[in-house]
Design a protein around this ligand. Structure first.
Ligand code: NAD
Length: 384
């Protein structure tokens, strides 16, 4: 029987949507169910979650439900434990920086939900502090592990597109106002004072997606809106929604690709998936969603002629595309990244989704908000 290497992980924010479902259940507990994370020498990394939060009843209930015994409402106490090697944060964004500073001071390795901090200066400082303290660090970049985006990456790596010209992305769905149907996202997302807003929420994702697939972002021009200004919270109380709930942005990338991404919580879905990216290249195009990815080669490109007087007949434009086959098994993206981080911590394997990369995501969000406020196109290139 291969050796088991236990590793204590503080999971702070485990009562929240992301903390509970994606990180505890679908990642850490799923890793235990599969017998741990296997290293090259056969050792199996075994996560031991220590649940941290504000509400003892909720923590005790989660622990009991999953056969766990370790929980506390005292973060300092959890961080003082010698068996705790990793601090994980999925609290509301506004609480993150303070807790990460504590974890760095305690000498723990840190993995966190995005955005790393509420501002880029703070995010960069956390990156510097973590480096100076010699602790390993990482930020969740789950979209990179979505089957649809992995298939898209496969097309890029295989040279399918020729020269990539542009990327057009649509992300969003209708988030109910909370009056006649409950809202399906927490109310803090719609209040600026609580770290809400779709730019802070989504631009960190767009930054790593663009960087990893197409090139670093050189400039951003964004228009934001708060389309729905009054919502009803979890307690049934009406509140003023002052955070941006939609962002319409254009990004110029290194290498000249233009990416245009709409992010909205006030749009009704008329697409195959909640997010879709269309990539057009000289030799072919593709549309990638969460799971699927379809392509059209230059040789299979129809020649539409503009004639509004005639109804379209024959094959619809959508039918002219071909699905990229799976050719692989796609595990939950959060779990895949957790496995990589655990191997990074225990066995020193490479992991480049670190605080510095997370800080670039926060910087992009900040630049997007600045652009929306000033009407200017904002450059992200130093000295430009
Ligand atoms: N990677 C992704 O796709 C993704 C998706 C959604 C959210 N997120 C990020 O995950 C984090 C949590 O988001 P969520 O949707 O799970 O939120 P949530 O409201 O469901 O959970 C927030 C958690 O923070 C805790 N918390 C600590 N201090 C708090 C305070 N002062 N006020 C309110 N809650 C407090 C709550 O108890 C809860 O456990 C956010 O930073 C968000 O940006 C990431």
């Amino acid at each position: 029987m291969a050796a088991r290497r236990s590793i204590g992980i503080v999971v702070n924010g485990v009562t929240g949507r992301m903390g509970y479902r994606q990180h505890l259940v679908r990642s850490l507990l799923a890793i235990r169910e599969q017998g741990g994370v296997q290293l090259a020498d056969g050792t199996r990394i075994w996560p031991e979650p220590i649940l941290v939060g504000r509400d003892p009843d909720k923590l005790a209930a989660i622990a009991e439900q999953h056969g766990l015994t370790e929980w506390t409402t005292d973060l300092a106490e959890a961080l003082a434990r010698p068996d705790v090697e990793i601090y994980f944060d999925s609290q509301v964004t506004s609480q993150r920086e303070k807790a990460i500073r504590q974890a760095i001071a305690a000498g723990k390795h840190i993995y966190t939900e995005k955005p790393l901090a509420e501002g880029s200066a703070a995010a960069l400082e956390l990156a510097e502090l973590a480096t100076a303290a010699g602790v390993k660090n990482g930020v969740v970049q789950d979209k990179l592990f979505l089957p649809g985006l992995r298939k898209l990456k496969r097309l890029i790596d295989g040279g399918f597109f020729g020269q990539i010209l542009s990327v057009r992305g649509e992300f969003g769905y209708w988030v109910f106002e909370g009056d006649w149907q409950d809202a399906q996202r927490p109310s803090w997302n719609y209040r600026l004072a609580d770290g809400g807003g779709i730019v802070m929420d989504m631009f960190p994702h767009w930054n790593y997606v663009l960087e990893e697939l197409f090139g670093n972002v050189r400039t951003v021009q964004a228009t934001t809106a708060t389309h729905i200004t009054e919502r009803v919270d979890e307690r049934g109380e009406t509140y003023t929604a002052d955070a941006d709930d939609a962002a319409y942005a254009i990004f110029e990338l290194e290498g000249g690709i233009i990416a245009q991404l709409n992010s909205s919580w006030v749009v009704r879905v008329n697409r195959d998936e909640l997010v879709e990216f269309q990539v057009d290249g000289t030799h072919g195009s593709a549309v990638a969603g969460l799971r699927g990815c379809k392509f059209q080669h230059r040789a299979g490109t129809p020649k539409p002629v503009w004639n509004p007087d005639l109804p379209l007949t024959g094959k619809s434009f959508r039918d002219e595309w071909t699905e990229v086959p799976d050719n692989d098994e796609f595990d939950n993206g959060f779990k895949v990244q957790w496995e990589a981080f655990l191997k990074h911590v225990v066995a020193g394997e490479a992991f480049h989704w670190d605080f510095t990369s997370g800080a670039r995501g926060v910087r992009l969000a900040e630049a997007g908000l600045e652009s929306a406020k000033t009407g200017q196109r904002i450059s992200l290139i130093e000295g430009a």
